[in-house]
Ligand binder design. Structure first.
Ligand SMILES: C[S@@+](CC[C@H](N)C(=O)[O-])C[C@H]1O[C@@H](n2cnc3c(N)ncnc32)[C@H](O)[C@@H]1O
Length: 273
């Protein structure tokens, strides 16, 4: 992730463009401290950055000290929830920043982080990213589907273990998969940390443009940091696409209409209309 130069450049450009001089910043998820140090570089008065993994928080503190920014950046080795409960984060900061996105957007704790952001934001607080759009299409992808299940190995039937198979989504390296697209790409969900309804169930009517066996849905996202985009759609990005398997593969016919439903975990189902 930290070597993803387009992601880093977009984050730096977004921070540089929003006049952070003298501002108070809260960051959720310090990582190595890169966004926190960028806020300091562009003039933030104080950055409160929480990191729930203590070893990562220690490493970030060391990096921040080595860059002589310890007077302006405080790393709090706690989850955002705990930091709020303990009163470690300022209420109503000017900016709340988080880059805690996984391939399918929600897997790194989106729901809890969004609740935490709503706890400390006031109407003037700018949230970065302000919106994350997830795009998706139905596909044939035997390889991805089979990656998520086990049958015979060494002559033994292991299929009972499939009760543990991931039902919502997992990441797939598009370089190693060749999904066949069966439908137009649609805007599957728009996420906004400030809107509790962003995780409500979604329903889409989808008309297949090709016939084939549908194994699930492939998705990718665009995260908008003001006018700058951090995206998983670029094959050079460190994020892979997300594959959302159907419970069972389902034949779809070109020109037919289907109802595609999704829940807040990224779990989907598909019904013929
Ligand atoms: C994808 S990394 C991003 C790091 C850094 N913000 C960056 O953009 O380079 C996300 C980090 O957030 C941390 N994290 C995730 N959820 C968190 C939470 N609710 N509170 C604090 N840290 C969290 C993870 O441990 C991980 O180190």
């Amino acid at each position: 992730m930290m070597r993803d130069s387009s992601r880093n450049a977009a984050i730096e450009a977004a921070i540089a463009s929003c006049n952070v001089i003298g501002k108070t910043i809260v960051e959720i998820g310090t990582g190595a401290g890169l966004p926190a140090m960028l806020f300091a570089r562009y003039g933030a008065r104080r950055v409160f950055s929480c990191e729930m993994d203590e070893r990562i928080a220690d490493a970030a503190r060391e990096i921040i000290r080595a860059n002589d920014l310890q007077d302006r950046i405080e790393v709090i080795a706690k989850s955002s929830r705990q930091a709020i409960l303990d009163g470690d984060l300022p209420s109503a900061p000017d900016i709340i920043f988080t880059e805690t996105l996984d391939a399918g957007v929600v897997g790194e704790g989106y729901e809890a982080i969004a609740e935490d952001i709503r706890q400390i934001a006031n109407p003037n607080t700018v949230v970065m990213p302000d919106r994350v759009q997830q795009f998706a299409y139905l596909c044939t992808d035997v390889q991805a589907f089979e990656k998520n299940s086990v049958f015979y190995q060494c002559g033994f039937d292991l299929s009972c273990f499939n009760v543990f198979a991931e039902r919502s989504y997992f990441s797939v390296n598009q370089m190693q998969h060749d999904p066949v697209c069966l439908s137009p790409t649609l805007l599957f969900r728009s996420y906004d940390y400030l809107h509790p309804n962003a995780l409500d169930p979604v329903e889409h009517h989808v008309i297949a443009h090709s016939s084939g066996l549908c194994h699930g849905m492939t998705s990718y996202f665009d995260a908008h940091f003001g006018n700058f985009l951090v995206t998983s759609r670029d094959r050079k990005s460190h994020w892979h696409a997300a594959f959302h398997p159907l419970r069972e593969p389902m034949p779809v016919e070109s020109g037919r209409r289907y109802l595609l439903r999704g829940d807040k975990t990224g779990l989907i189902d598909l019904v013929s209309l």
